[in-house]
Design a binder for this molecule. Structure first.
Ligand SMILES: Cc1ncc(COP(=O)(O)O)c(C=O)c1O
Length: 364
C-alpha cells in the first residue's frame, strides 16, 4: 500500500533512513575503536534493538526495568539499566532479570548501591555497576575526579555489586547553540571521564568501562582516547531537535507522523492530531513550534490541542487542502514513540509492515 493511503494519524518509520542511521553511528564507533551500546528509550521496539545488534551494537541501554523486561522477553540478553533503581519491588525484578540476562546498572549514591548489593548478596550473585558522573547536565551523577573517586572507593567494598566503570550522559548539549560548542562539550565529556578513570586506576581500582554519549556529542566524545563505549539513542530516527543541534540533516529523519488536513482558513490549517500524537515537547531552544511539516517550509505548527494541530500559513505560499495528507517530523522522537501502540514501516512511499512498540509506557 502507498503510505499516503494509510488512515491517519499514523506514525511512520522510514526503514531505509533508519538503516543508514544505524550503519553511520556503528561506523563512528568502529572507526574510534569504541563499543556502541545504544539507548533503546528512543524506539522502545525489540525489532529495532535486534537490528542494532545485527549492525554491530554490543548490548543495549534502557531507562527502566520494564523496558529491560520487554527487551529480554524478545531475546536481548545484554542490558544496561541506566537509572538508579530503588525499592524492594525493583530489587526483586532486577534479580529475576539477572537470572535470564547479563544485566548491569548505573548508580551514584550509597543507598542505591547498598540496596542492590544487599539484594544480590542474599542470592549469592554480584550485579555489575557503573558509577554515574555529572559532566555538566546536573541531573544524576557525582562530580568528576575526587567526589567520584571517594564514592567508588567506598562502593567497591560492597559484596553484592561489582564495579565495572564510569558512565555519563552529556544532555546539556541540547542547550548548545553551535556545532563548535557541541564538539567542545563532547571532548570535555570524554576528557573528564578518562581523567577520573585514570585516578581510580592509580588507586588500584580496575576501571574497564568509560561510557559516554548523547546523540549530538557521541561522535566527538568517541574520539577521546580512553573512552570505551558510547550510548546515543535518538540517532536511530533523529528529529527536529537533532537537526538544530547539528547531529543530522533533514533527510536523515526516519520518523514522521502522517496527518490529514481537516480544516482550512485563510491564515491557518488544522491537522487531525495534536499533543496525544506529537507530544507537547517544544522546539529547539524552547520555541513554541511543535514539529516540522515536510515540504511546506511556510507552514508552522504553533499550537496543539489534544486532537488538533494548529498550523499557521506564513506569507502566501501554497498550502494543502482539506483531505490532503502531510508528514511532520516531530520535535522529540523518543516522546512520540511512547504515545503510540505501533508504527508503520515504510520504504520510499510503500508501507511495508506494522510493528508493536512493545516497551512504550513502561514507566516502572
Ligand atoms: C543515561 C542516558 N544515556 C544515553 C542517552 C541517549 O542520549 P540521546 O537521547 O541524546 O541519544 C540518554 C538520553 O536521555 C540517557 O539518559
Amino acid at each position: 500500500m502507498n503510505k499516503f493511503e494509510l488512515d491517519t494519524p499514523a506514525l511512520l518509520i522510514d526503514f531505509d533512513k533508519l538503516e543508514n542511521n544505524l550503519a553511520a553511528m556503528q561506523k563512528i564507533a568502529n572507526d574510534n575503536g569504541v563499543k556502541l551500546r545504544p539507548h533503546t528509550k528512543t524506539h522502545k521496539t525489540p525489532y529495532i534493538a535486534h537490528k542494532q545488534m545485527r549492525a554491530g551494537a554490543r548490548g543495549v541501554t534502557v531507562a527502566k526495568l520494564g523496558e529491560a523486561e520487554v527487551m529480554n522477553a524478545a531475546g536481548l540478553d545484554d542490558l544496561l539499566i541506566a537509572f538508579p533503581l530503588q525499592g524492594a519491588a525493583k530489587m526483586e525484578r532486577l534479580l529475576r532479570l539477572a537470572e535470564r540476562a547479563a544485566v548491569r546498572v548505573s548508580l551514584d549514591s550509597f543507598p542505591v548501591a547498598q540496596a542492590i548489593s544487599d539484594a544480590a548478596a542474599a542470592r549469592g550473585i554480584k550485579i555489575p555497576f557503573y558509577v554515574e558522573v555529572d559532566t555538566g547536565l546536573h541531573r544524576v551523577g557525582l562530580a568528576p575526579r575526587q567526589a567520584t573517586r571517594d564514592f567508588v572507593r567506598a562502593a567497591t567494598k560492597l559484596r553484592g555489586i561489582e564495579f565495572i566503570g564510569l558512565l555519563t550522559h552529556a544532555g546539556q548539549a541540547y542547550a548548545a547553540k553551535t556545532l563548535d560548542e557541541i564538539a567542545a562539550l563532547g571532548k570535555n565529556e570524554g576528557a573528564l571521564m578518562v581523567e577520573t578513570a585514570e585516578m581510580l586506576r592509580a588507586d588500584g581500582i580496575a576501571t574497564p568501562e568509560v561510557s559516554v554519549g548523547s546523540t549530538p556529542t557521541a561522535r566527538f566524545a568517541a574520539q577521546v582516547q580512553g573512552v570505551t563505549e558510547i550510548r546515543p539513542g535518538t540517532y536511530v530516527f533523529y528529529d527536529t531537535m537533532q537537526v538544530h543541534k547539528f547531529a543530522c540533516v533533514w533527510d536523515d529523519c526516519a520518523q514522521t507522523v502522517l496527518f490529514t488536513v481537516v480544516a482550512k482558513h485563510p491564515d491557518r490549517l488544522i491537522f487531525d492530531g495534536g499533543s496525544k500524537t506529537l507530544s507537547s515537547d517544544r522546539g529547539p531552544d524552547g520555541a513554541a513550534t511543535f514539529g516540522t511539516v515536510v515540504g511546506f517550509p511556510h507552514l508552522e505548527i504553533y499550537a496543539l490541542s489534544e486532537e488538533h494541530a494548529h498550523v499557521k500559513i506564513i506569507g502566501d505560499g501554497a498550502a494543502p487542502n482539506i483531505g490532503d495528507k502531510v508528514q511532520v517530523i516531530p520535535n522529540h522522537a523518543c516522546a512520540v514513540m511512547n504515545l503510540h501502540d505501533q508504527f508503520i514501516a515504510t520504504r520510499g512511499d510503500e508501507a511495508i509492515g506494522s510493528f508493536e512498540i512493545a516497551a512504550r509506557g513502561k514507566i516502572r
